[in-house]
Write a protein that binds this ligand. Structure first.
Ligand SMILES: Cc1cc2nc3c(=O)[nH]c(=O)nc-3n(C[C@H](O)[C@H](O)[C@H](O)COP(=O)(O)O)c2cc1C
Length: 214
């Protein structure tokens, strides 16, 4: 598919679920975003520290009026693809990523492409977080791409400047961003729109009616 046929440029945002400084999650998401950029996407890192969200109980009622929540919602809504990053915390994803996601819903995530990356301090990696986040993506009717990256012992794997010491791991992170971008392009191509139209207007079970005639 030629890029000229695209309706609008593909926008992929990175959304790390750690506000620590420095954060290996943020470093991993930044590399995946670079992959998305290499595949032709416009990219942006959404840093939760910049949204200054307060407690859910307070914000949920105000999610249509709170400037901080509205900014986050608009930034996610305008994306075609989202790289969700999380640290492994006690065998699951971080509270703040869940907290931020819970301020949103189908308006922000439905039909979007999601790529997952996780980091962990321990040897077992972040697979538990990634499996749980995959379920969250499904519940939000998003398309979570098959490729994902879990980085065990992240403190060993990254240099202080945010680069990875293992080129294969870096390649895999780049590939997550590329896969999200490619699937997002596919979802927004005129051919896909035509396919959905054909699907929705196809006669119900045409083979069944042939059998009846026979
Ligand atoms: C509250 C808490 C719970 C953690 N639980 C786990 C865990 O279950 N497994 C693990 O491998 N590392 C665990 N860690 C280590 C973090 O995954 C590790 O420090 C990671 O680098 C944090 O991500 P960040 O650098 O992006 O902030 C935990 C850290 C904290 C603060």
């Amino acid at each position: 598919m030629a890029d000229a046929e695209m309706i609008e440029p593909i926008r992929v945002v990175g959304f790390p679920g750690s506000i620590r400084e420095p954060s290996y999650t943020r470093m991993a998401v930044e590399i995946a975003l670079r992959g998305a950029q290499e595949a032709g996407a416009e990219t942006q890192l959404l840093d939760l520290r910049n949204y200054r969200l307060s407690l859910l109980e307070e914000e949920w009622d105000k999610r249509d009026s709170s400037p901080n929540v509205l900014k986050l919602r608009r930034d996610i809504q305008s994306a075609h693809g989202i790289i969700l990053g999380t640290p492994e915390y006690h065998g699951s994803f971080s509270g703040i990523i869940k907290y931020a996601i819970d301020l949103m819903g189908f308006d922000e995530f439905e039909g979007k492409l999601i790529g997952l990356v996780g980091v962990a301090g321990g040897k077992l990696g972040a697979s538990e977080s990634l499996n749980s986040l995959r379920s969250v993506g499904r519940a939000l009717h998003a398309w979570v791409v098959p490729l994902q990256v879990s980085i065990p012992e992240a403190w060993r794997k990254f240099s202080t400047d945010g680069t990875l010491k293992d080129p294969q791991l870096e390649e895999r992170l780049l590939d997550v961003g590329k896969q999200v971008t490619r699937f997002a392009k596919l979802h927004h191509s005129p051919q896909f729109e035509e396919f959905v139209h054909q699907w929705e207007t196809a006669p119900e079970n045409p083979a069944g009616s042939i059998h009846k005639r026979g």
